[in-house]
Design a protein around this ligand. Structure first.
Ligand SMILES: Cc1cc2nc3c(=O)[nH]c(=O)nc-3n(C[C@H](O)[C@H](O)[C@H](O)COP(=O)(O)OP(=O)(O)OC[C@H]3O[C@@H](n4cnc5c(N)ncnc54)[C@H](O)[C@@H]3O)c2cc1C
Length: 510
């Protein structure tokens, strides 16, 4: 079947890059279709360390342009989504046997000044014998450096970009794979397959963006039938989650003897996130998982610093992702460039194809602008850049005024616990009230599925955010998977599949 619709742009991939590009493009007046073969953010974009950061260690690899661009984006993203992103202070204990203090000071000086800061405070030195952050660490650490970066809920950042794109008119299709695309009669014909029903259809497009992350080369070769010199280097990174290891709100960055660094970050109120690893990877990116060696590596690296060691039995959850890095021929995985490369194919007489290699969560907005600049000759009707400063759904309140939103929501929904109000305000920002509606008691929220998850929220996620399966809700729209028992998770899955049979397709109107 051929959809009669002709699009200006078809975007392949519903990760941060695909969703960011679709949002930017539709906001410039283009007719856009985004196809994600599974759930939004199912790939690398839900498996990151969740930092909006310049990447202190990339300075050692002389990636100054990347660090500068990333540092500049920190405050831009903070003001676009102050509910899902917030400033985070990092404590870097000085380790006598590793990088000298002068080198760290120099790095932090550059970090403070390369990208400009208005909101984020600069670096300072800490006496770990006096500062609360010294408490959980081995007593041999007496001095540390503290600097600013930001935290973001990566999977929600993806979803909110998709929601905003859809509200602006983009055709966002999840569980829809691009199975084939070819140039014919001056445009692309793109074949789509609905992964739930198996139904096939085709659409026409003036240009295509391949933002398939770790699958970018696979899509290029197998779906688009194009040979390209650009290649992708897949590098696996894994994280472990343990119960809260420390009570203060700052994160640690630990240097390891192998020259790498790992983070230990306050996570989901009651947990600590530790990662990551850097391992070259050749297998199916969809099947990536942590190895026993990686768990041991992360536990051992953290135990070098924490007074009370991190044991493998402390691990309550793990996740792994594959970095789709541009292959620049670097010897070690940790040295491969983290910068993105945009590979334009066609564009003159031929309909354009733009392949996205690499990138970071941090630079997705800027990447989208660059993608559209490259496509401008093929799509000259597009408008000007607009996303800098344009808030994402729920983010329309002032940076650093989250407490006001909390107080307002608490007073409107006094029957909810403080922890629930905080979770909902972080997830939905100013739209939390829209989700909760007229509810005046827990009974008004419908069936209870465990922890603080109720039918009202699930229905909102199905209606507004393309949630279909239990994992979409438990591990991407939220991290409630950490709190529901196995039995409760099964209950949710059963309820959802019964519901799918009886409901119409999701609606994404304002
Ligand atoms: C361990 C780790 C830690 C990281 N930490 C950070 C960090 O702290 N900060 C930071 O800024 N960056 C970080 N990154 C980098 C960042 O996560 C990635 O660069 C980013 O998520 C890549 O997004 P993407 O959209 O390109 O790919 P993905 O998120 O993988 O999206 C690609 C999508 O394409 C879809 N797809 C594939 N084939 C098809 C098809 N045929 N049809 C339709 N859809 C298809 C897939 O299902 C997938 O959803 C980290 C990465 C890793 C692995």
């Amino acid at each position: 079947m051929t959809d009669d619709a002709t699009y200006d742009l078809v975007v392949i991939g519903g990760g941060i890059n695909g969703c960011g590009i679709a949002r930017d493009a539709v906001g410039r007046g283009l007719k856009v279709l985004l196809a994600e073969r599974s759930d939004l953010a199912i790939g690398t974009s839900s498996a990151s360390t969740k930092l909006i950061h310049g990447g202190l260690r990339y300075l050692e690899h002389y990636e100054f342009a990347l660090v500068r661009e990333s540092l500049k984006e920190r405050e831009v993203l903070l003001s676009m989504a102050p509910h899902i992103a917030w400033p985070l202070r990092f404590v870097l204990p000085h380790h006598g046997g590793l990088r000298p203090a002068w080198l760290i000071r120099l790095g932090l000086f550059l970090y403070d000044h390369l990208g400009g800061r208005e909101i984020l405070p600069g670096c300072r030195t800490l006496n770990l014998r006096k500062d609360v952050t010294g408490g959980p660490l081995r007593k041999s650490f007496s001095k540390a450096f503290e600097y600013s970066d930001c935290w973001v809920d990566d999977a929600r950042l993806v979803v909110l970009n998709a929601v905003d794109a859809a509200r602006r008119g983009a055709d966002v299709r999840t569980r829809t794979a691009v199975t084939n695309a070819k140039r014919e009669e001056g445009a692309w014909t793109v074949d789509l397959e609905d992964q739930s029903s198996g139904a096939r259809s085709s659409v026409r497009a003036k240009a295509v963006v391949n933002a398939a992350g770790p699958w970018v080369a696979d899509v290029l070769a197998r779906r688009l039938g194009i040979n390209s010199k650009a290649s992708v280097r897949l590098v696996k990174g894994s994280h472990i989650v343990i119960r809260q290891k420390f009570e203060h709100d700052r994160a640690y960055i630990f240097q390891n003897a192998d020259n790498r660094i790992i983070f230990a970050i306050p996570y989901e109120q009651d947990f600590t996130l530790i990662g990551t690893t850097d391992v070259d990877y050749q297998d199916d990116p969809g099947a990536v998982e942590i190895s026993a060696d990686e768990i041991e590596y992360l536990c051992a690296a953290a135990s070098e610093y924490f007074d009370e060691p991190v044991q493998t039995e402390d691990v309550v959850w793990t996740y792994s992702g594959v970095r789709p890095l541009y292959d620049d021929g670097a010897s070690a995985a940790q040295k491969a460039t983290r910068d993105f490369v945009l590979d334009l194919n066609g564009g003159g007489d031929q309909p354009a194809l733009l392949n996205v290699f690499g990138g970071k969560i941090t630079t997705y907005r800027h990447l989208a602008e660059e993608v559209l600049a490259k496509l401008k000759p093929s799509l000259p009707m597009m408008g000007e850049p607009w996303t800098r400063g344009a808030t994402l759904p729920g983010g329309d309140f002032a940076v650093l005024r989250f407490d006001d939103l909390l107080a307002k929501t608490k007073s409107a929904y006094g029957f909810l616990s403080d922890a629930t109000v905080e979770r909902l305000c972080h997830a939905y920002g100013t739209q939390a009230a829209g989700m909760l509606g007229e509810a005046r008691s827990l009974d008004d929220l419908g069936r209870h599925f465990g922890a603080d998850l109720y039918e009202r929220e699930i229905e909102y996620l199905m209606r507004e955010e393309w949630a279909v399966e239990a994992d979409d809700i438990l591990w991407r729209r939220s991290k409630l998977g950490l709190r529901l028992t196995e039995e409760e998770r099964k209950g949710l899955a059963a309820w959802l599949s019964a519901k799918q049979d009886t409901t119409a397709p999701a609606r994404h109107a304002i």
